[in-house]
Design a protein around this ligand. Structure first.
Ligand SMILES: NC(=O)c1ccc[n+]([C@@H]2O[C@H](COP(=O)([O-])OP(=O)(O)OC[C@H]3O[C@@H](n4cnc5c(N)ncnc54)[C@H](O)[C@@H]3O)[C@@H](O)[C@H]2O)c1
Length: 395
């Protein structure tokens, strides 16, 4: 496995999941490529990962001791070429680099998992979809909220008709203020991304996943604010998404949840539905999951047991649990299933089966997400004008 990108998501979710998959015999050697050795040293020395996975390690690119003072933005190409074809590449670089890195991975004939948002335009998504299918390569997009059991419960109940039909909804995800001090200030800037495209897309995908509806147009307004390094980002966004049955979803996102709040962010989803003689309703509180801790360091917290936690199940170290882990495991298992098939035709049949099942997001079954992000960027850069998604992208 090669992970391209050694930042927050690699530390918080991808690497611990891969170490666990190594324990299960589902992943072999792990290589991680970043632009500089410093971020890889930080990963390797993470106290949490060392405690949870004693004896596990990865091969760093550049090497830990590499003295080159300059970033190495093209090194990932060598790393991908050095892996045997049919390996797994996990793309965890900033949003605007997903396209070139995924294309390079597919051209090196690897299966790929890409963190969301997949890519920033429909044309790029289609190009990657064609390249992957032509060579029988798996591409899975890591929308981990799909693996939260509450999402699967809601999907099942909604599809059984228990709620009726979505009419109006609200979703929000506000990251903590301290995110402004992270590497985000170098890439999540007004010219490249925004709070909605970075994280709001999760909830639009989730509403589509639960209801089977598709977004048809979007309007996003953003408020630019300065990061500590002086760069501007749309750090507050307000989006209105219209679905193909006329339902409206309001999505608010920001990097502004006060650091004093008890969870790692604040997020949730409310859907109002209609049908029959009474209205239907579904509400998920996605940061407060019923746990309240007051610890001897004087802090109050509300930890989520559901995304990514480490528990002492057995043996040495700790076992990662939660939908963050399950998502990487499920995507890796599917990539392996494809990789183990002997010929192109049978690999393509299995890829089409994954597309049709629509449990994991693939380029073919979740193109509406790329269309949404592309339209949202046009909208936010034009003061919130309403932008239609191309009909062929939401079929
Ligand atoms: N909830 C989620 O699903 C979720 C959460 C966080 C991040 N993400 C996504 O994950 C991606 C990365 O986010 P992050 O929070 O880890 O960001 P980050 O800024 O912490 O890390 C980015 C990493 O990419 C590396 N990188 C940049 N350019 C590179 C290049 N040319 N070659 C190799 N490495 C390169 C950097 O060195 C850094 O290690 C983004 O697309 C983000 O949207 C998803």
């Amino acid at each position: 496995v090669a992970v391209i990108g050694g930042g927050m998501i690699t530390h918080d979710q991808i690497l611990p999941s891969l170490y666990q998959l190594q324990r299960l015999g589902l992943a072999a050697e792990i290589r991680i490529c970043a632009q500089r050795p410093a971020s890889l040293r930080k990963l390797a020395h993470s106290p949490l990962l060392l405690r949870a996975f004693p004896g596990h390690s990865f091969i760093p690119y550049p090497a830990f001791e590499d003295a080159n003072p300059n970033p190495q933005p093209e090194l990932y190409r060598e790393v991908l070429q050095s892996l045997p074809p049919g390996s797994l590449a996990i793309v965890a670089v900033p949003d605007d680099l997903h396209f070139p890195v995924t294309l390079a991975a597919l051209r090196a004939r690897h299966h790929v998992i890409v963190v969301k948002p997949f890519v920033l335009s429909v044309a790029h998504a289609q190009e990657l979809e064609r390249e992957a299918f032509a060579h029988g390569l798996f591409v899975g997009i890591e929308y981990h909220k799909r693996f939260d059991d509450r999402s699967l419960m809601a999907r099942q109940k909604y599809r059984q008709g228990a709620f009726g039909e979505l009419r109006l909804g609200h979703a929000h995800l506000h990251e903590k203020w301290y995110y402004r001090h992270s590497n985000f200030q170098n890439w999540c800037t007004t010219d490249k991304s925004d709070a909605f495209c970075y994280i709001g897309c999760h909830y639009v995908d989730l509403v589509a996943f639960i209801t089977g509806l598709r977004p048809v147009c979007v309007s996003v307004q953003g408020i630019p604010d300065a990061y500590p390094n002086g760069r501007l980002g749309y750090l507050y966004t307000d989006a209105r998404v219209t679905f193909n049955n006329g339902a409206l979803l309001n999505v608010q996102n920001s990097l502004s949840a006060p650091d004093a709040l008890p969870g790692t962010n604040t997020q949730g989803l409310t859907l109002y539905t209609s049908g029959g003689e009474t209205g239907g309703f579904l509400r998920h509180s996605d940061q407060y999951r019923g746990l309240e801790y007051a610890t001897l360091d004087g802090l109050y917290s509300e930890p989520s047991p559901d995304y990514m936690q480490y528990v002492p199940y057995d043996g040495t170290g700790l076992t990662p649990v939660g939908y963050g882990y399950r998502s990487i495991e499920q995507l890796t298992r599917r990539a392996r299933q494809v990789a183990q098939l002997p010929d192109l035709a049978s690999r393509q049949r299995l890829l089409q089966q994954f597309d049709a099942e629509n449990l994991i997001a693939t380029p073919a079954n979740s193109r509406y997400n790329e269309a949404l992000v592309e339209a949202a960027r046009i909208s936010i850069l034009n003061h919130g004008i309403t932008v239609d998604l191309p009909p062929e992208a939401i079929a």
